[in-house]
Write a protein of this length. Structure first.
Length: 347
């Protein structure tokens, strides 16, 4: 070869440059797919819009005997699939539908499968409080993994220990940024008292109080033995007289606990009471109780669908779609989810 002959292109690059080029090419070929079940398609649509992707339909249908079938619109081979399904009423149907979609994605050769569960079903059954009881939250975790989920993303677990039920990565999101922004925009934080409805929520309430720069109080409650959905508010720890109180909880089911706490706050001289919660389950008679309670506003997020029968004058709904979309983007790009919350997404 003469000295004037050009060198081959490959010979002009080092091995590290070739590896880098391959990595860039691989990243460019990655595909993000958002799939929704039937429980809360409106939330999935909002998440997909934030991410700038088209929502993939699972085409879920039922046979005459109630068995569930699904088939994705397009090929998902090699794609990173995020299956959005909140565990709404009826919870058992919601869980089974998500398991079937996960299994379908696995058998369609998805590169990875993330179960996006804004409201995690059976979260309250996270331990044995009496003999001969199940730990159903662990059972749900086992089923999701057996179906083929590689990762789970959820919002405001009932307790932090649920993360330990999984042998796969779990990204725990918190609705606090959305709720705190609302309080900063609609109330004077320096006049607020953040109230924990029970001892289990003190750590979370304290975090709100620190971020908002306001005071903290606690409702001490007891539950009658062997009684579900029953709680008795006993005492208030902290000064609430003449103050604007904000009760913050992870879930409102029948609203018995939260209304009992509101009545107790009012009896102790609270001037105004707001109620905030991430998951608005609103099982009967929750709407009636909240409507008649000494509460000015009830602020919840859209982790669960709220039909016309669950809406009332005092209710305001905030969307957690931006938070979930940011987390999905971070997972897809292999960056930190915790950084979104400044490391404060732990219970």
């Amino acid at each position: 070869m003469s000295s004037s002959s050009p060198l081959p292109v490959a010979a002009s690059k080092g091995p590290h440059e070739n590896l880098y080029a391959g990595a860039v090419e691989s990243l460019a070929k990655r595909r993000l797919v958002i799939v929704t079940g039937r429980c809360h398609p409106a939330l999935a649509e909002r998440i997909a819009d934030k991410l700038g992707v088209v929502l993939t339909q699972a085409n879920v249908r039922e046979f005459a005997n109630g068995e569930i079938h699904c088939r994705f619109d397009t090929s998902i081979r090699g794609a990173h699939v995020f299956i959005v399904q909140t565990h709404a009423t009826p919870v058992n149907d919601a869980v089974m539908e998500q398991l079937i979609m996960i299994d379908a994605a696995k058998r369609a050769s998805a590169k990875s499968i993330t179960a996006v569960i804004p409201n995690f079903g059976y979260a309250r059954q996270d331990r044995k409080s009496a003999g001969r009881e199940p730990i159903t939250a662990k059972l749900i975790a086992d089923m999701l993994q057996t179906a083929g989920a590689n990762r789970v993303l959820s919002v405001d677990f009932h307790s932090g220990q649920i993360q330990g039920f999984f042998d796969i990565p779990v990204d725990h999101l918190v609705a606090a940024p959305v709720l705190e922004d609302y309080l900063k925009s609609n109330a004077n934080p320096h006049e607020l008292v953040v109230v924990a409805p029970d001892a289990g929520r003190v750590k979370v309430a304290e975090r709100y109080a620190q971020h908002l720069g306001c005071d903290l109080a606690l409702v001490h409650k007891t539950r009658p033995h062997h009684s579900a959905n029953v709680a008795e508010a006993r005492h208030i720890v902290g000064d609430v007289s003449g103050r604007h109180c904000v009760l913050i909880d992870d879930m409102i089911d029948t609203a018995g606990t939260i209304v009992a706490a509101c009545d107790l706050l009012k009896a102790h001289g609270a001037e105004e009471i707001w109620v905030m919660a991430t998951h608005a389950v609103f099982s009967p008679p929750a709407v009636e109780r909240l409507f008649n309670a000494p509460v000015s506003r009830v602020i919840v997020t859209d982790t669960l669908p709220l039909g016309p029968e669950k809406r009332f004058e005092k209710l305001e709904i905030l969307s957690i779609a931006p938070i979930v979309a940011n987390a999905i983007s971070a997972i897809f790009e292999d960056s930190s989810v915790s950084d979104i919350f400044g490391g404060e997404n732990l219970l």
